[in-house]
Every structure is written in C-alpha cells, then in structure tokens.
Write a protein that binds this ligand. Sequence first.
Ligand code: DAH
Length: 342
Amino acid sequence: MKQQLETIRLEALQALDAVKDAAELDALRVRFLGKKGELTAVLKSMGKLSAEERPVMGQIANNVRAAIEEKIESTRAALSARALEVRLKAEAIDVTIPGEPVQLGHRHPMNKALDEAKDIFISMGFKVLEGPEVELADYNFTRLNIAENHPSRDRSDTFYVTDDESVLLRTQTSPMQIRAMEQIKTPPIRVLAPGRVYRKDEVDATHSPMFHQIEGLVIDKGITMADLKGTLETLIKAMYGPDSVIRFRPHHFPFTEPSCEVDVQCFKCRGVGCPTCKGEGWIELLGAGMVHPVVLENCGIDPNVYSGFAFGIGLERMAMRRFKISDMRMIFENDIRFLSQF
Ligand code: DAH
C-alpha cells in the first residue's frame, strides 16, 4: 500500500507539472483527490490493514494528499499569473501610434461678452445672482406692476407651463428684481442677474424664441437717474471703447418711472446712418429706469426711504455689437468655424 501511495504521489506531481489550463487542472484534482479518485480508493481499502499498520499508512496518505493539494494550489496560481500576462499582452496599447487630434471647442462670444460685463459690474460692487427660468407669473408680471390685461401676458407672446397661466417660462430677467429684493431684504442692493428668457418669436436675423438678458438692480438711499446714467456709461465705455457715445430716450415700462431706452451710436457709421443701424445712426441696447414705487412696496421696501434704478440688457445684442456680428442666428448655430473667430 505504501508503494501504491508513493506511485500516486509521483504520478500526480508529474501530471500537474504538465498542466496547461484550468480545465486540465480540475480534471487532475478529480482524478487524484475526488470522491472516486485514486487516493480515495486507497484510503477506502485501509480497513483491511492491521491496527498497527493503519496509523502509519494514514500518516503517509495524509502527506501524499497534502503534497498533491499544495501542488494543485501552486499550479493554479502559476496558471492565473500566466493568463494575466497573456491578457495584458493582448490588450497592450501601442503608444507610438499617432493619436486622432481632438477638436477643441471655443469660448462662445456671448459668454465672452457676459464675462466682460460681469467683471465691469463686479468692479462697481455688484453681486451676480441666478434664478429660475421656469417662473411664477406673479414674479414675471404681477409684482412688477404689469397689469392683468397687459399684452405681454398674452398666450401668443408667452410660453405658459400651466393652464391657469400661473407658471411660465420667464419672458424677461426682471423677475430677478423681485427675487433679489426678497432675498436681500434691506438695501443697499446691487445685483446683476444674467440668464435665458423666452418669448414666442419667429427666428430671424434679430429674433429668437430663446435669448439672454442681463438684469441689473440698485437700491439704496438717495439713488437717482444720475447714478443710472453713470453706471451705464461706465459699462458702455469699458465694453465698446472710451470714445463710444450713448443716448437716453424716454420710454415706458410698467416697473420703472421714469423709464428710458439707451442707444449706442452705430459702430459702423458713427451716427450718420447705414444698413447696420437701419439708417438710424443709433442701435438700441437696453431698457432702464427708476424702480417704480409700487414695485418697491410689493417687495416690502419703503419707497419714501429708498430709491433705485434697474436695467435690462439684451445680451445677444450686446455681444453682436461687441464683436461686430450681423446676424443673431450665427450666435445660436454653434458652428466652430464661426465661434473660433472670437
Ligand atoms: N424687462 C424689459 C424687457 O424685457 C427690459 C427692462 C426695461 C428691464 C427696464 C429693466 C428696466 O430692468 O428697468 O423689455
């Protein structure tokens, strides 16, 4: 029996040395150590041995089993190490192959113009606020002193989100005036609120159903129209150059009193009149005015103590003037050949 056990050990170890894959390894494990395996068969016949021989043979059998098990484990480890090596080799990347050039995007001229404007206003002590594009009609219209029957509330002009017309896509950034006053509560308030706005307009060279505005709001004691004028002049001269000329025209907005529109002299013809300014010599840039006392009251600010000014700039328009772009559609097409010119 001892001889038998030694033969099993020898055969098993030799066979394991020649194993090439996990399947072969498993087959050998079954052949030698399995329930119907060779070693098990020998162990089963130990009953026939004498009482003195049995522990001696048992000891030898255990040694053989241990040797085979150990060999199986080390073979398994060697196999998996080899498999990993093969896989790594197969998956190796040839770093010497020239890469495909990645086409980089480009900063959008509108974002460039916005960043310039933000810098200018931040240097004047303004804080930048952001707010929701899905807005309450209460903020977009009512609390801005816009009457219930005002044409801008019409379904043909405004994208309503709910049937009862209480929720909409904001048509202007002016509701941010209300949100700023609610948030900051006690003046001084100096905020800039850029963002997207939506109106039911057909796309053409100067219109898009989605565009951007920059809202500005300043409230403090003793704020006058002169502060508005100085602030906007600072913006325009910083953006368009120190010799650029602006003019203030009377206008009407429900949320400001008095209200005005601000034009910049045409950069092409310097006020003479040309196709770019449609013969006017001036290009409209923004709406502005002194915050209406009713709007202040609607936000819990006493108009007898505080006054303020507000303005709303068309960002596309500002970027178009800044970079001399003639068609607004170019701004939204995102053609990299166009964008990379700025
Ligand atoms: N919200 C106005 C518009 O979309 C622009 C505007 C005018 C904003 C006067 C203001 C303002 O803050 O004071 O046409």
